[in-house]
Design a protein around this ligand. Structure first.
Ligand code: ADP
Ligand code: MG
Ligand code: ZN
Length: 491
């Protein structure tokens, strides 16, 4: 089925529904821990178990997190908003309804997010709504005849973010699996920058459910869509959509029709398979939640939240590019807010971003990676990297020795100057000391010395190497070169 989608005359149209579990300490409507995992059914109380007579109290932090996310996604914020009950029966939903936000009063509406397309262009994707709800429990199908339910996740604050597949004027559409993956990557990074979600797709704290349809290029009508579930990595978002788009095109071309249904991505066999039909619109009997008051945002409260928004990843990457860094380097440095913060602090201290970027990209990230650690636990302070680079600049140590010093800084958190002085690794810039080594090396390597005298420039490299060896790698290479040339009368 590996047809080239672009050559079929069809295009895909994709709308993304994303659920993000919020990084609050407690659940949405009770004081139980919202942390992932835990012994099943140990993080529950009458509220999140839906016992009769229990009353919900809204988690203020969760509301603020959603406002923050909605603002970062360029949404208009509804000044007054409230919760609804969405009624349905399912064993992972103990109350028999989910508290959610319905209709036209979610916290955020009419936003947008920028993504980069495969050819390097930019698309502005409209966001229809950003709202707050609660997560359900989790069913564990332990054997073909037995299922268990864990309510630890029941009532964890959940944010839903939905894009527009039918763009407003001035906005663009997600048309490929590549763009859908870019969207989720970009969104995830924004949520991580804001600190509102941990973004772990493999643990289900960020869940992505694309709706996709296909239509002949140029058609104004939309095709029938299917919804994909069980995409728990960037890779599966891409592969799942690629598969599903091809499947729909093949279905239509062979005279069939696409059925409106939910399909599950089967990671192992790399196919989508029907899960449940959607021909019947579920009747959720939404009504305003009577146990919770509507909430109103004060202008000053919103202004404060807006002021506290950090610079977002795409803007930050562009700013780093303007400092003269390559796009790839800027992207790596802004992949995490904490890395970007660390880098910028060191760069400011040193006064030139380029050498600092090189050290962070080649040495620091490598060592962190090796140690399996995040930048948060890094012992080296940004100012210490700046002083290390200054030690190279003023000739105290060579670049090669600096790498070893940096490894020790990484292990111990000690100051570079202290390490260099303690180990006697300072670079030898004393002319007399180097000259005696130069003379010794010339005496021991007469043939090579004669070659150089005779004009064989290239051989000087060997002698430089010998002098460096003689001085334990500590001689200032520029001086070694100069002195060798002077002694040998070479250019
Ligand atoms: P549901 O009630 O099934 O969740 P929504 O109206 O919430 O449906 O839409 C879910 C997502 O599907 C939205 O992002 C929406 O833009 C998208 N969508 C709706 N119709 C289509 C279509 N024909 N093709 C692609 N995406 C669509
Ligand atoms: Mg929906
Ligand atoms: Zn509880």
């Amino acid at each position: 089925m590996a047809v080239d989608i672009a050559e079929t005359g069809f295009e895909a149209v994709i709308g993304m529904e994303v659920h993000a579990e919020l990084l609050t300490r407690s659940k949405m409507f009770c004081a139980c821990s919202a942390e992932f995992g835990g012994e099943p059914n140990t993080r529950c109380c009458p509220v999140c178990l839906g016992l009769p007579g229990s009353l919900p109290v809204a988690n203020r932090q969760a509301v603020e997190f959603v406002v923050r996310a909605a603002m970062a996604l360029n949404c208009e914020i509804n000044r007054e908003t409230f919760f609804h009950r969405k009624n349905y029966f399912y064993p992972d939903l103990p109350k028999g309804y989910q508290i959610s936000q319905y209709g036209d009063t979610p916290i955020g509406v009419r936003g947008w997010i920028e993504i980069e397309t495969e050819d390097g262009g930019v698309k502005r994707i409209g966001i229809r709504r950003v709202h707050l709800e609660e997560d359900t429990g989790k069913l564990l199908h332990s054997s073909p005849s037995e299922s268990e339910v864990d309510y630890n996740r029941s009532g964890v604050p959940l944010m839903e973010i939905v894009t527009e597949h039918d763009p407003r004027p001035g906005f663009d559409q997600i048309n490929t699996a590549y763009e859908a993956r870019e969207y989720i990557m970009q969104l995830r990074q924004i949520l991580l920058y804001l600190g509102v979600c941990d973004g772990k797709m493999e643990e289900g704290s960020l869940r992505c459910e694309p709706n996709v349809s296909v239509r002949p290029v140029g058609s104004r009508e939309y095709g029938t869509r299917t919804e994909l579930k069980n995409l728990n990595s960037f890779r599966s978002v891409y592969r799942g959509l690629e598969y599903e788009i091809r499947r729909q095109i093949e279905t239509i071309r062979s005279g069939g029709v696409v059925v409106h249904e939910t399909r599950r991505w089967d990671e192992e066999n790399e196919v989508t398979a029907p899960m449940r039909g959607k021909e019947l619109e579920q009747e959720y009997r939404y009504f305003p939640e009577p146990d919770l008051l509507p909430f109103r945002f004060e202008e000053t409260q919103l202004e404060k939240l807006r002021r506290e928004l950090p610079e977002l990843p795409l803007q930050r990457r562009r700013r780093l590019e303007e400092m003269g860094l390559s796009r790839a380097d800027a992207a790596t440095l802004t992949s995490e807010k904490a890395i970007a913060d660390w880098f910028e602090e060191a760069a400011r201290d040193y006064g030139d971003p380029k050498p600092i970027a090189n050290w962070v990209l080649s040495e620091l990230l490598r060592l962190l990676n090796q140690a399996g650690e995040g930048i948060q636990s890094c012992r080296v302070r940004p100012a210490q990297l700046a002083s290390l680079v200054r030690l190279i600049d003023d000739g105290t140590i060579s670049g090669k020795i600096a790498k070893g010093v940096f490894e020790e800084m990484f292990r111990t958190g000690r100051d570079p100057r202290e390490i260099v002085e303690a180990s006697g690794q300072t670079q030898i810039s004393d002319e007399d000391a180097i000259l005696s080594a130069v003379r010794k090396v010339i005496a021991e390597n007469e043939r090579v010395a004669a070659d150089v005298r005779g004009g064989k420039e290239k051989s000087i490299g060997f002698l430089v190497g010998q002098v460096m060896k003689e001085t334990g790698g500590r001689a200032n290479p520029r001086l070694v070169n100069e002195l060798l040339r002077r002694e040998l009368g070479a250019g």
